[in-house]
Design a protein around this ligand. Structure first.
Ligand code: SAM
Length: 225
């Protein structure tokens, strides 16, 4: 496992701040060198801020969908989405490949003060591999910017099928890209996915007014009956 420097000023790190509606601020370290999971992608910001929208969290109306819910995040990268859910009261497992575990651990530690009634831990989950330790199915599966290379599509859909139960809501956020193989990869993903899941697109008006974009899509997915 790669060792990471642990101090914020260390060379190779830069910090992304995500302000929360309750006045708190997530501070998520990213690495200036490394694979795609080392940085916060725009879809992760859109999804993080979506989790805070009024349909999920409305303190004035006594609504907090996340309180005590179980959440697994796939391809978590820096962990910002799962961390946001944990600060809102969910019990979260952020997952990614082995290489990303030190960064996930660092970000969990650095934001621990924002997590009170919820919890968050990091674990390895490679798509297509055994998911027994993540069962029973969580209430929510979260994924941001996980649709991007052909070889991962079947294993990813397999993991979604293995982890999701009839009550599980998968919230999938992805940036629609027009370059290179991206359109084909996306098309193939949805072909595979929609054999097993029903999809509801969340309109921009229901997303965070500032952190949303016409080319970043939020979907709710449920297993077909
Ligand atoms: C584009 S990054 C997105 C990271 C983060 N969700 C975000 O939006 O900032 C894709 C993530 O998927 C993870 N990933 C890619 N292939 C994977 C696989 N086969 N199993 C598990 N995770 C994988 C990568 O390590 C990376 O963290």
């Amino acid at each position: 496992m790669a060792a990471l420097p642990t101090e914020p000023g260390d060379e190779g790190y830069f910090v992304r701040e995500v302000e929360k509606r309750d006045g708190g601020c997530l501070r998520v370290k990213q690495c200036s060198r490394g694979d795609v999971g080392c940085v916060v992608w725009d879809a992760a910001i859109v999804l993080s801020k979506y989790l805070e929208t009024e349909q999920f969290c409305d303190p004035a109306a006594g609504i907090n969908t996340w309180a005590d819910k179980t959440v697994v995040e796939l391809g978590a990268g820096t962990g910002v989405v799962g961390l946001m859910a944990a600060t809102l009261g969910a019990h979260v497992i952020v997952t990614d490949l082995e290489d990303l575990q030190p960064l996930l651990e660092t970000n969990i530690q650095d934001n621990a003060a924002l997590v009170s009634s919820g919890s968050v831990k990091a674990k390895v989950l490679k798509w297509g591999e055994d998911v027994a330790e993540f069962l029973p199915p969580p209430d929510f599966l979260l994924m941001a910017d996980c649709i991007y290379y052909e070889q991962s599509l079947e294993p990813l859909v397999m993991t979604l099928r293995s982890l999701a139960g009839p009550q599980t809501c998968i919230i999938c956020c992805y940036e629609q890209r027009t370059m290179g193989h991206n359109p084909e990869v996306e098309k193939r993903f949805f072909e595979l996915l929609l054999r097993h899941f029903e999809s509801e697109a969340i309109p921009l008006e229901k997303q965070d007014p500032e952190y949303s974009s016409p080319d970043i899509h939020v979907l709710h997915l449920h297993l077909r009956p």
